[in-house]
Design a protein around this ligand. Sequence first.
Ligand SMILES: [Zn+2]
Length: 258
Amino acid sequence: MLFDTHCHVNDEAYEKDREAMLARAFSEGVQYMMCPGTDIKTSAEAVAMSHQYKQIYAAVGIHPEDAASATSEGFEQIRKWIQTESKVVAIGEVGLDYHWPEPSHEIQQQVFIEQVKMAVELDVPIDIHDREAHGDTVDILRQYGKGIRGVFHCYSGSLEMTEELLDMGFYFGFTGTTVFPNSKKLKKIAAALPMERILIETDCPYLTPPPYRGKRNEPAYVQYVAAEIAKLRQMDVAEVQRITVENGKRIFGIPEDV
Ligand SMILES: [Zn+2]
């Protein structure tokens, strides 16, 4: 059994074959998926898919790349989904992305802070996107995220940052990038972390692991991330699958009988 804890199965990349893509995931043993939103529209799509498929759970939020689209009505909608939708299990994906010049760091920070505060207030986990913004991301969590819990998805931090996030109680999501032969630092972290803090994800349609690298990604391929973690930690792959499912259910508060 597998839990893909971060997959954009609502993406337009699956417009023509969404059913078939999901059927492949189910037949490869993916029993749980967490589909995050990146703005109000894609959050609504994630919520709709959580109604349609028992295996799919949703997160709602404004991604840093979409920070300029954030409005107070949008934040109200996010709050309402969290309060009324039982399969909305997190605020996400939210955070900071300094890879591109726009939106400005200031706008990204405002939108992230708003959602960090909401996660604390509503006592819901947060699914964090942090790209080339480690220092500011951790600063904001320290300042506004007292008692917050959640996941650093597609983790890319340093060993030092990892120590701090472990102390704060965070979980770490590993994607297909962990499988790439040149991801030496990432492999080291994935091998060293406490097993109970590790999640596996595809971030599909992006970050496709070998042997499908270069093609569109999909949840059926999360098994290759599990296999890599098993190899790095010299564990049985079935054990990695079992533990990462338990971890995902624990952090997102998913009940046993679904
Ligand atoms: Zn994502």
